[in-house]
Design a binder for this molecule. Structure first.
Ligand SMILES: Nc1ncnc2c1ncn2[C@@H]1O[C@H](COP(=O)(O)OP(=O)(O)OP(=O)(O)O)[C@@H](O)[C@H]1O
Ligand SMILES: [Mg+2]
Length: 321
């Protein structure tokens, strides 16, 4: 692709310092790119570090988190900025719909007022203009602007999620992180929210990083996919390549667990065993204890993430570049 990536995540490593227990390494050496207008899926079992990736990039983690590596936004390393400088990028360039966000609306403030406050908080425009902008944002996410005066309890779950998306779009970012935006919504509403994200993306030229458990959603929505396991990237590349020709044994098992992509989420339980604990990470490949094609070296040597075909990366000793 000739275009420059908007975001280049390089060797992102995040540790949580736990008092009296040392450091828990939640992410290690995570690298991927986000190009303008692209959708990237971030998948992997619960606890593999998906949310931590997004929160590390936005520097929204608590102070006991130590982040290293580089997060280049249009070539500028966000991790090297002061908190004050970072505020020019967070929300304005990269915004996030948090995991479970739709339950985070203030119950005693009208939804429109909350969106309006988000706009004025960033000092983008005076109050009167912010009110007009609130109406536009509501309409953009498919909520009639008259309903802005209503309170969150008067909204359905899907509408509350739409309102959170409107809030994330308040500063017209160029990248939107959506952390499991459809979890806890029924299947019909899930489809509507995903359609909304697709429409907004086309209208605004947004790049989206979509965290999901649902590989069917990835197949439908994403251009690229990052498959994570135990805080590391197992496989990364174009969606069609990875779905048709998965190279990492974990990706293969993950795809086997979703035999019919037209059906909603199945269980990952068909991969025997459990992901590693952060306090007891195996020295070699983190997937080795559960791997069906494990080699002797896998227990001791961590496989590097290799480019096995143009733009297709896999971290497995069985994969040859
Ligand atoms: N503030 C924190 N302090 C200590 N450990 C944390 C903190 N936040 C996350 N972790 C740990 O980091 C690991 C990755 O968590 P994360 O929430 O990123 O996973 P996830 O892939 O988003 O999971 P899920 O699919 O359940 O949302 C987990 O082991 C988690 O316990
Ligand atoms: Mg999460």
């Amino acid at each position: 692709m000739a275009e420059m990536p908007l975001l280049q995540v390089r060797h992102l490593t995040t540790e949580f310092l736990l008092p009296g227990k040392g450091a828990a390494r939640a992410l290690e050496d995570v690298s991927f790119d986000v190009y303008p207008g692209q959708t990237i899926g971030l998948v992997g079992e619960s606890g593999c570090g998906k949310t931590t990736v997004l929160m590390s990039i936005l520097r929204l983690l608590p102070t006991q988190a130590q982040i290293s590596g580089r997060v280049l936004f249009r070539g500028l390393d966000l991790l090297a900025l002061s908190e004050r400088q970072m505020r020019e990028y967070r929300w304005k360039e990269i915004a996030i719909v948090f995991q479970g966000a739709m339950n985070a609306l203030n119950p005693v403030m009208s939804v429109g007022e909350q969106i309006c406050e988000a706009i004025t908080l960033h000092g983008l425009m005076p109050r009167r203009e912010a009110e007009a902008r609130t109406g536009e944002l509501l309409e953009l996410v498919g909520i009639p602007k008259e309903r802005g005066v209503q309170y969150p309890f008067q909204y359905s779950g899907g509408m509350r999620q739409r309102a959170m998306i409107a809030m994330a779009l308040a500063c017209s970012p160029c990248i939107l992180f959506a952390d499991e935006p459809t979890t806890a919504l029924d299947v019909m509403v899930q489809a509507q929210i995903l359609e909304l994200l697709g429409n907004i993306q086309r209208k605004m030229g947004l790049a989206i990083v979509l965290v999901t458990h649902d590989l069917g959603v990835v197949a439908e929505m994403c251009d690229m996919v990052v498959v994570m396991y135990g805080g590391k990237v197992a496989e990364y590349g174009p969606v069609d390549r990875i779905f048709n020709n998965p190279q990492h044994p974990y990706t293969q098992k993950l795809l086997e667990a979703f035999p019919d992509l037209a059906q909603p989420v199945a269980s990952l339980a068909s991969i025997p065993g459990a992901p590693p604990r952060l306090s007891e990470l195996p020295p070699g490949c983190r997937f080795a204890p559960r791997c069906h094609v494990c080699l002797p070296q896998c227990a001791s040597e961590a496989p590097p993430l290799l480019e096995i075909a143009p733009g297709h990366f896999s971290a497995c000793h069985l994969c040859k570049s």
